[in-house]
Write a protein that binds this ligand. Sequence first.
Ligand SMILES: C[S@@+](CC[C@H](N)C(=O)[O-])C[C@H]1O[C@@H](n2cnc3c(N)ncnc32)[C@H](O)[C@@H]1O
Length: 371
Amino acid sequence: MKARLNELLRCPSCAATLDCHAFQTEADPLGAQAGAAYAEDVIEGLLDCSGCALVYPIIEGVPRVIRNAFDEYTEWFHHHKDKIGAIEGLESVAQQLGKVDSSRFDKRSNESFSLQWQNYQYGDKTWFKDDLALRKDEFLDAVKLEASELDGRMVLDAGCGNGRLTASVAKHGAEVVGMDLSRSVVRANQMRAEHAGDRAPFVHFVQGNVMEPPFAPETFDHIHTSGVLHHTPSTERAFDGFLKTGKPGGRVYVQLYRKREFWVGVPNRIIRFFTSRLPVKLLYSLCMLMAPVHRFLVLFVAKLRGEASPIQNTTRREQAVSLFDNYSPRYQYRYTPLEVQKMFEVRGLTGVRDVTFENEERHMVAFVGDK
Ligand SMILES: C[S@@+](CC[C@H](N)C(=O)[O-])C[C@H]1O[C@@H](n2cnc3c(N)ncnc32)[C@H](O)[C@@H]1O
């Protein structure tokens, strides 16, 4: 974690700034060329809220600014107990840690998406697309901005998943923060240099919840979230949390799942009722097992419709990850274009328009607007 990222972070509980106590750091010679705030990475450390009693760990170079950090990283806290106890004001570690509140945390989402991105292998396609080339270009087309409008701007990718898109956006000249509730941010952070090249110092990752993003309000010039808000307990509240992070006048991009035809939507909901309650490892094994059957059905339906299907050129693992993405998450709400348009308009966004790609119209609905 760079000092630059810490400038942007705020406590998700009380919105105060976070004091950083580094236990282990690493120099970043490339980042040093951009200034002191980029010259060093904190690999292990603690963020101590200046306003309330909460503390957040920095583990493997990624700040974990989620309320349930102690529940999720109990071992880490115990391992560093002496170092934490030596920090002035945090002597009473047990007392401090006891105050971490996990009540607003969706454990299933975290567990499910963490496993999903662990099973995904870098080099695989994401959603049957090659991220680094195709998705980088698609990004501009999706958010309806020129590369020049991203140059030197701050961009948030909320629910960044494997972070490949996040890192590639930095190549347009932006400084990007990828945030995700799951542990996907660890590998995303490790792959920064590979995906962003000499723009790597301008790519940051944080574990955070879009329902209460750990940033100061109006931090980002443009905000982007694709396939995320509908996976939270309330899409509307997640939208509000996400929107707070954008600056007035900035571009807002939201992609959500589309309401499907009755004959697809109803069976999907019935199957999901059971699968989203299965242990995640068991479900992933079932997805691996069923991937060829699913592929056969998808190709069969595509043939009846006279369409080509992107599943044609995918591996079994790519199909299993995609199946798991559908069948595992606890929440998966779906929307019509009119419903999404209303979400933008009631929040006072202007220039609202449907920007769904033609080849994704069956599954997705995407809108942009200006805050
Ligand atoms: C379908 S994936 C999309 C990933 C990425 N945006 C993409 O387009 O490739 C959904 C992502 O949303 C993340 N997510 C779910 N709930 C979240 C929350 N409350 N806050 C932040 N991220 C969340 C998941 O961990 C997962 O990585």
